[in-house]
Design a protein around this ligand. Structure first.
Ligand SMILES: [Fe+2]
Length: 326
């Protein structure tokens, strides 16, 4: 596939920004990490990272120290493998595919039982910004992060605050509100050719975004309004989706991101049954879909009026012009 400015293949090292590693105290690698998209906009939204977390040598819960952030929201896609997740006095086992969502002041820790593909989408967190300076540091001192003193300094200089070892009770994963199962979404709406599923609600992001995925059938298409004034970032985990952004036409599949600048003309057609996450999450999808389905049920005359639908989309920040299923 020819390289274009809107397409990112997460698996291809050509797209990795500041590849680096995390280390265990014995100097072995604990994490292979790369930034994929840097923070953008007022809320440091759109930040996306890709990590291969290495299987832990020690699975003992006695060695798990937690940490917390005071501003940032972390959302992790657990794409492969299995891990133990500790948060606020609870522990559970997480088997892929799951999504973990954490809010500020929630003390959390992880123990990876396998090598886990672990992708992060962050809001309001400055970790990715620091990767610029850390990358330059490592060019000059390649072993800097293996030095516990330097590692502690790096943590202090981002919004990451260490806590003590966790005292926890073990709970079933279904009881852990911070673990989201794509098969059991918090809300779901069938649009005919696509099912929209809410994984993280807007109130879990301090009102700043919400996380949805669209499960789309082949032949489903979306066309957006001209000069759509929204930056968008779509993460595709399954299938094939053909995009047209300005004059660039390309197919995006599993393990890719599509990054669309503000004002760009855009459309998509699904070629193979696909799952796509709206990482930017600016549209108030829950309010829009709740009100649309309410209008269809209780006021079908208004629901059939294009002016009413246009007003509803404007109210909740949706710039989709039309959807179709062939
Ligand atoms: Fe964290």
């Amino acid at each position: 596939m020819a390289k274009n400015p809107y397409y990112i293949n997460i698996k291809d090292p050509e797209y990795w920004l500041f590849p680096t590693c995390g280390y265990n105290t014995d100097g072995t690698v604990s994490e292979e990490q790369r930034t994929i998209v840097m923070p953008e906009g007022m809320d440091r939204n759109f930040t996306f990272t890709d990590s291969l977390m290495r299987k832990a040598a020690d699975l003992s819960p006695d060695t798990v120290f937690t940490h917390e952030h005071h501003a940032g929201y972390e959302t992790f896609f657990v794409e492969t493998g299995s891990m133990d997740f500790y948060i606020n006095g609870k522990k559970t086992r997480v088997d892929a595919p799951r999504i973990i969502h954490m809010q500020p002041y929630q003390a959390h820790g992880f123990v990876f039982r396998d090598d886990v593909q672990f992708r992060g989408a962050f809001l309001d967190w400055n970790c990715a910004d620091d990767s610029v300076a850390t990358n330059i540091l490592e060019q000059h001192y390649p072993d800097a992060k293996k030095d516990p003193k330097v590692f502690a300094l790096l943590c202090e200089n981002i919004d990451l605050h260490m806590r003590e070892r966790s005292i926890f009770r073990e709970v079933p994963v279904e009881d852990m509100v911070e673990v989201k199962d794509p098969a059991r979404p918090a809300a779901s709406f069938d649009l005919g050719g696509a099912v929209m599923k809410m994984l993280v609600a807007r109130w879990e992001y301090g009102g700043k975004k919400e996380l949805w995925c669209a499960e789309m059938q082949p032949g489903f298409s979306v066309a957006w309004e001209d000069y759509t004034p929204a930056q968008d970032l779509y993460y595709i985990t399954k299938g094939k989706v053909r995009f047209k952004i300005y004059d660039e036409e390309f197919v995006a599949g599993q393990d890719s991101l599509v990054k669309i600048p503000k004002y760009a003309s855009r459309s998509l057609v699904v070629e193979e049954e696909a799952v796509m996450y709206d990482i930017g999450g600016q549209t108030r999808w829950l309010a829009l879909l709740e009100d649309l389905f309410s209008m269809r049920k209780y006021d079908p005359v208004r629901a059939a009026d294009p002016a009413q639908i246009a007003a509803l989309k404007k109210k909740f920040g949706c710039f989709v012009d039309k959807i179709d299923m062939k």
